[in-house]
Design a protein around this ligand. Structure first.
Ligand code: NAD
Length: 445
C-alpha cells in the first residue's frame, strides 16, 4: 500500500536551523513521505537568504515535492498536515538584549532561564498565538509541533489561550542529554532506553533508565555523574560538543547531581542553582547571541548564498539536523499511530500527584493518532516540588502580565525567579526591558 504523503510548513522559515531541518526531513522520507515543504516567515528578506538554497536542496532530492517560500499566511497554511514552528520574535538582536540586561546587574543572562526567558516569553506569546490562528483558519486538521522557545512560557500561553488547539509543545534539550546519557551507559542509541523523567521545561530530572529487558541503569548513571558529570572520562573537550560552553555544561552536571544524588538533573539547573558561577564565567559584553550571530548565522547564510549562486547543493557543508529527527518521530506517531513514548510539555492534570493540575509539565507521553496520553509520575519529593512551584509561578505570572498588561505581575515574576536576588534588582531589569521591548510587549500599567 502506498503511504500517504504529507505537506509541512516550517514557521520561522528564516531560522538558521531551517536548511538542516529540511535535510533531515528529506532523509526521513521512508518514515514520513512528503508532497510539499513550505517556508513561512514574517521577514521576507531574512527568509529569502535561505529560500533559494532550500529550493535547490529539495529539487535535487525529489523534484516531485512542491517547494514554497512565502510571507503570506494563507499560502503558507493552506493544505498543510504539520506545522513545524520555530520562530524567534525579535530575532537575535533582541536575544542579545535579553542576555545582556540582567548581566549588567550581576544576574544570569540566558535566553530561556531567568529574566532573559521572561522577556523573550513576553515577545513569543503573540507570535505563536498568531501562527496557531493561521493554522486553525486555513488547515484546521493540521498539527503544530512547536519548539519555539521559551517553551515553558509558550506552553502555558497555549494552555490558557488555545486550550483546544492541535499544538504539541516539545523540546530537544532532554533528547540531546539522552544522547549523552546513552553513550555514558554504553547504549548504541538513546531509543534503546526507556526513561522516566519529570519537571518543567529546561527544569526536570530523570528518575529511571531501563533497557528492553527491564534492567535499571539510573544508579550507574548517578555514580558516573558524581564523578564526571555528563562527560566521558577520556574524551576531554573532544566529544560531541559544538563549543567549550557545552562541554563545561556537561561537566557541571557533577555539581548538580551532588545536591540530590537520587535523580539525574537537566543541565539547565546550572542557571538556577549555580547562578553565581554562571555569571562569573559569562562575558557581559559578548554573550551567546553574539556567538550565534558571528558563527552559526554567518556560516549558514554564507553557505546558502553559495548554493544559490552555484545552482547546486552538491558538496554542501550543510549537515542533516540529526538531533531534530525527534520532529519526524512525533509527526510519524501522529500520522501512523506508532504509540511512541516521548517527553512532551503538557498540562499536569494529576500526572504528578502532588503538583498543580494546571501547570505545564514535561513528562513522558504516549503519542498516537489522536494526540498524546501522559504517563503517571506519582508524588515528587520536597526539594524538586519546591523548586518547581517557584518556577511554575514565575511562568504563570509572566503569562498573567501579558494577559493583563500588568507591570506588577511581571515585577513579581522577575522577583520570584530564583536567579534574581531582590525585588530591587528585579525592578531595574524590568525597567530596562520595557525600554527595549516597546515594539513587542503590550503596554504595562
Ligand atoms: P532565528 O532568529 O534564526 O530564526 C527565527 C525566525 O523566526 C526568524 O527568521 C524570524 O523572522 C521568524 N519569526 C519571528 N516571528 C515570527 C512570526 N510571528 N511568524 C513567523 N516567523 C517569525 O532563530 P533560531 O535561533 O533558529 O531559533 C528559532 C526558535 O527555535 C527559537 O525560539 C529557538 O529557541 C527555538 N529552538 C528550539 C529548540 C527546541 O528544541 N525547543 C531547539 C532549537 C531552537
Amino acid at each position: 500500500m502506498n503511504k500517504k504523503k504529507f505537506s509541512v510548513v516550517i514557521a520561522g522559515g528564516g531560522s538558521t536551523y531551517t536548511p538542516e531541518i529540511i535535510l533531515m526531513l528529506l532523509d526521513n522520507m521512508d518514515r514520513l513521505p512528503l508532497r510539499a515543504i513550505k517556508l513561512y516567515d514574517n521577514d521576507e528578506e531574512r527568509q529569502g537568504r535561505l529560500a533559494k538554497a532550500c529550493e535547490i536542496i529539495v529539487r535535487e532530492k525529489d523534484p516531485s515535492i512542491e517547494f514554497v517560500a512565502t510571507t503570506d499566511p494563507e499560502t503558507a497554511y493552506t493544505d498543510v498536515d504539520f506545522c513545524l514552528a520555530h520562530i524567534r520574535v525579535g530575532q537575535l538582536p533582541m536575544r542579545e538584549k535579553d542576555e545582556k540586561i540582567p548581566l549588567k546587574y550581576g544576574v544570569v543572562g540566558q535566553e530561556t532561564c531567568g529574566p532573559g526567558g521572561i522577556a523573550y516569553g513576553m515577545r513569543s506569546i503573540p507570535g505563536v498565538l498568531e501562527n496557531i490562528e493561521y493554522m486553525e483558519k486555513y488547515s484546521p486538521n493540521c498539527w503544530m509541533l512547536n519548539y519555539s522557545n521559551p517553551a515553558a512560557i509558550v506552553a502555558e500561553a497555549c494552555r490558557r489561550f488555545k486550550p483546544d488547539a492541535r499544538v504539541i509543545n516539545i523540546c530537544d534539550m532532554p533528547i540531546g542529554m539522552e544522547n549523552n546519557i546513552a553513550k555514558i551507559l554504553g547504549f548504541n542509541d538513546r531509543k534503546e532506553m526507556t526513561v522516566r523523567y519529570f519537571g518543567l521545561n529546561h527544569f526536570g530530572w530523570w528518575t529511571s533508565i531501563k533497557d528492553d529487558d527491564g534492567n535499571e541503569y539510573i544508579d550507574k548513571l548517578l555514580a558516573h555523574q558524581l564523578e564526571y558529570g555528563n562527560t566521558l572520562p577520556d574524551e576531554g573537550n573532544n566529544g560531541d560538543y559544538t563549543d567549550n560552553s557545552w562541554y563545561e555544561t556537561a561537566k557541571k552536571v557533577k555539581d548538580l547531581t551532588a545536591i540530590d544524588p537520587t535523580m539525574a538533573p537537566n543541565s539547565y539547573f546550572q542557571y538556577y542553582l549555580f547562578g553565581d558561577d554562571m555569571v562569573a564565567h559569562t562575558n557581559p559584553e559578548y554573550t551567546r547571541a553574539n556567538q550565534v550571530m558571528d558563527g552559526r548565522e554567518k556560516r549558514v547564510f554564507g553557505e546558502c548564498a553559495r548554493i544559490a549562486e552555484a545552482g547546486t547543493a552538491e558538496g554542501t557543508s550543510l549537515e542533516i539536523g540529526i538531533h531534530a529527527s525527534f520532529i519526524v518521530d512525533l509527526a510519524t506517531a501522529l500520522a501512523f499511530n506508532t504509540h511512541e513514548r516521548m517527553l512532551l510539555i503538557v498540562r499536569n492534570n494529576g500526572a504528578i500527584e502532588n503538583f498543580d493540575k494546571d501547570a505545564m509539565v514535561e513528562i513522558p507521553c504516549i503519542v498516537g493518532k489522536d494526540g498524546y496520553e501522559p504517563i503517571t509520575i506519582g508524588t515528587i519529593p520536597t526539594f524538586q516540588k519546591g523548586l518547581m512551584e517557584q518556577q511554575v509561578a514565575v511562568e504563570k505570572l509572566t503569562v498573567d502580565a501579558y494577559e493583563q498588561g500588568s507591570y506588577h505581575k511581571l515585577w513579581q515574576a522577575l522577583t520570584l525567579s530564583k536567579t534574581v536576588p531582590s525585588a530591587n534588582v528585579a525592578k531595574k531589569i524590568l525597567d530596562d526591558y520595557i525600554e527595549v521591548n516597546k515594539e513587542y510587549w503590550p503596554e504595562l500599567k
